[in-house]
Design a binder for this molecule. Structure first.
Ligand code: CA
Length: 224
């Protein structure tokens, strides 16, 4: 497994990291919530082992933030907070499992493997696009605190654009792919929907661009 450990206690961190490496797993160790978030924006992991008491935030808020951003990676809380109310809070925040210190290494390993197994059976529900996230179930695009829902045809257009990122797509091609129209309908249906999609994706810092190449078609670009 490819693991992310978020733990500020140097001794415990070294111990857990050593055990995981010995068990044949890969492990990245972050010591603050901010660095963990930054890592999770660019890297994917099979499971995150998350401490609750971190210097800059708490693990519960961190998971809430991740889930809001659509990051579905399984999270196991590893914490000294053993009260039922803490466990409930951790799971309610979006955590998948909860193990309290002190713990047996064999149990930690077994729980991580169980989480990984469960997650591998899941179909992806989200995808990253530029600096936004796509909710594949709800056809929703979210960026920072804004989110828009796309109509089925707009979604289909976005998918075709995404799958051909960086290439000039003639209107004729888009008509065929999105509308299943194989002749010139003599309307501006493509331009109109591109405009609408652009407006919907015009969220600040969204990092997505649909350029018009005069006389040729459209190019989809992500800036992130
Ligand atoms: Ca701690």
């Amino acid at each position: 497994m490819n693991l992310l450990l978020v733990e500020d206690d140097p001794e415990l961190g070294r111990q857990v990291a050593g055990w995981m490496l010995d068990a044949g797993h890969k492990l990245q160790w972050e010591k603050t919530g901010a660095s963990a978030l930054a890592t999770l924006q660019t890297q994917t992991y099979d499971v995150v082992i998350l401490d609750v008491g971190l210097p800059d935030t708490d693990g519960f808020s961190l998971v809430e933030r991740l889930r809001r951003d659509g990051v579905r990676v399984p999270v196991l809380f590893l914490t000294a907070l053993a009260d039922v109310s803490d466990r409930v809070r951790g799971l309610a925040a979006g955590g998948d499992d909860y193990l309290t210190k002190p713990f047996a290494i064999a149990e930690l390993l077994a729980r991580l493997e169980a989480l990984h197994r469960r997650a591998s059976n899941h179909v992806p529900t989200h995808r990253r696009l530029g600096k936004c996230r796509l909710d594949l179930m709800r056809r929703r695009v979210s960026c920072a605190n804004e989110s828009v829902e796309l109509q089925p045809r707009e979604w289909c257009l976005l998918e075709v654009l995404m799958n051909h990122e960086g290439r000039i797509l003639p209107k004729k091609f888009l008509l065929e792919q999105v509308w299943d129209i194989h002749f010139d309908p003599g309307t501006n249906v493509v331009d109109a929907m591109i405009c609408r999609l652009r407006r919907k994706l015009e969220m600040p810092g969204c990092g997505v661009l649909i350029e018009t190449i005069r006389g040729k078609g459209y190019v989809f670009k992500t800036l992130a």
